[in-house]
Each structure stands twice: as structure tokens, then as C-alpha cells.
Write a protein that binds this ligand. Sequence first.
Ligand SMILES: *[C@@H]1O[C@H](CO)[C@@H](O)[C@H](O)[C@H]1NC(C)=O
Ligand SMILES: *[C@@H]1O[C@H](CO)[C@@H](O)[C@H](O)[C@H]1NC(C)=O
Ligand SMILES: *[C@@H]1O[C@H](CO)[C@@H](O)[C@H](O)[C@H]1NC(C)=O
Ligand SMILES: *[C@@H]1O[C@H](CO)[C@@H](O)[C@H](O)[C@H]1NC(C)=O
Ligand SMILES: *[C@@H]1O[C@H](CO)[C@@H](O)[C@H](O)[C@H]1NC(C)=O
Length: 216
Amino acid sequence: MFRYYILTLVLVALTVQSIQITCNDPEIRRCGNASILIDVGGNAVGAKAHLSCFSGYTLWGNDSIVCLDSGKWSQLNSYCIPDDIGDPNIQSFDGSLYFFNNITLRNYNQAKEYCTTICSTLIEINNQEEDQFLRETIKNLEFETAEVWIGIESVNGENFSWQSGNTTLTNMYDNWKEGDPPKGTCAFQSRLKTTWTATYSSCVAPLVFVCEFGNN
Ligand SMILES: *[C@@H]1O[C@H](CO)[C@@H](O)[C@H](O)[C@H]1NC(C)=O
Ligand SMILES: *[C@@H]1O[C@H](CO)[C@@H](O)[C@H](O)[C@H]1NC(C)=O
Ligand SMILES: *[C@@H]1O[C@H](CO)[C@@H](O)[C@H](O)[C@H]1NC(C)=O
Ligand SMILES: *[C@@H]1O[C@H](CO)[C@@H](O)[C@H](O)[C@H]1NC(C)=O
Ligand SMILES: *[C@@H]1O[C@H](CO)[C@@H](O)[C@H](O)[C@H]1NC(C)=O
């Protein structure tokens, strides 16, 4: 009888242990020097992991994530922005963070590459609200150039897609001038216009550009 009692206790103890919720170590978002460093304080529910950046970069967003009841870490919505551009112009809208780079002007390809190296993409405009947010921001802030690169491009000059692979061919939001199919390989939004402009020749012009974080 006593033996069974012990055995039951052991089984109960094992069961309790096995259903205790823990979080696996969080996945690290790697992108070179702009990677987020995660210092995990523990794996139990409620434990925090502290976030930071390599030197030369500043963390934007929450400086920790927490292990939730679900056994998952809270969403990591923080990013490392390089210090070498001075006081960065960062705006948030509808869950994404936007970095308006008004300091190191780049041509289209360089701008795209710049955003990629800091774990972002050139802005992808998915709806009218986001489009309006962009237009209003560049109108109100009057950056160095009237035009800013947006992340839509074309290989054949006619069919456009975003860096994520989303295209404007099916159902997707677009804002080209009505009745005027876009022709070009890259595109910008000008603060002087309400629609996007596609271009072939101007893709080499150094412009202000917008990196979007959290679009994945
Ligand atoms: C990352 O930082 C190191 C040391 O500061 C530097 O040598 C290297 O060029 C940087 N890499 C990139 C991609 O910026
Ligand atoms: C920031 O993280 C804390 C936990 O570390 C969480 O309670 C809070 O909701 C987070 N805030 C945002 C904006 O994600
Ligand atoms: C792709 O387009 C859909 C529909 O507009 C949108 O919900 C989704 O967020 C887009 N993907 C990215 C990475 O922006
Ligand atoms: C853009 O950069 C220029 C030159 O550094 C600066 O004078 C201006 O204030 C900046 N504009 C905004 C809106 O950040
Ligand atoms: C480009 O888009 C048109 C429809 O607007 C379609 O008929 C054509 O097949 C597409 N071309 C390519 C190369 O995807």
C-alpha cells in the first residue's frame, strides 16, 4: 500500500513537471550589424528577455520580450537603427515602423539595399490608409527631395511587384495615375503629386527613401 502511495506521488510529480509551460529560446533575427541581441533571463512563463543592439546602433521599440502563458514569446517589434544618420526620422503607423532616411540619399538600388541591411524593406504600400500616411508625412515634413523611393519595381517595365513578392496585378492596392499604365523599372512618390510615378531613367537619382520594419 505504502509503495503504491509513493509511486502515485512520483507519477503526479512527473506529470506536473511535464505540463509546466516554458518558452524555447527566442529566434534571433539576424541581419549583420543591425541584428537584435537577445539576453534571455529565463524560460518560464513571465520571464523576460532583454533586447539590445551592437554598438553604433540604437534600439527602437520595446527593450524586452516576455514568455507568455502560451509558451511563446511576446512579439518582437523592435529594430536596430544605425547611429550614423544623426537623429533619425521614425514614424509608426498601423503596427509598422517607418524610417525616413533624409540624410544619406540613395539611388533606387542602393536605397533598397540599405533597407535590407537593417532588416527592413523599402516601404510596401498595401492600402489607401498607408498610402495617405506616406503622402501626408512627406508633405508635412518637407524632406531634402520632393520625391521618395517606394519599394515597387518592375523587371519588364510594365508588371510591378513589391520586395515581398506581392504584385499589383491581382486585386492588390495600387495608386498609379488613372488611365495611364505605369512604364518604368522603379517608382517614387512625390510630395507634389497624389499618385505614384514610375520611371526608367530616374532610378539612378539619389533621393530620400523610406524603410519599413515589421512588414513580414
Ligand atoms: C559591421 O561592423 C564592423 C565593425 O564595426 C564593420 O567592420 C563592418 O563593415 C560592418 N558591416 C556592415 C555590413 O556594415
Ligand atoms: C513591451 O514589453 C512588455 C513586457 O516586457 C509588455 O508588457 C508590453 O506590452 C510591451 N509593449 C509593447 C508596445 O509591445
Ligand atoms: C501582401 O499583400 C496583402 C494584401 O494587400 C497584405 O495583407 C500583406 O501584408 C502583404 N505582404 C506584405 C509583406 O506586405
Ligand atoms: C533633412 O535633412 C536636412 C539636411 O541634413 C535637414 O536640414 C532637414 O531638417 C531634414 N529634414 C527632416 C524633415 O528631417
Ligand atoms: C504583365 O501583366 C499583363 C496584364 O496586365 C499580363 O497580361 C502579362 O502576362 C504580364 N506579363 C508578365 C511577364 O508577367
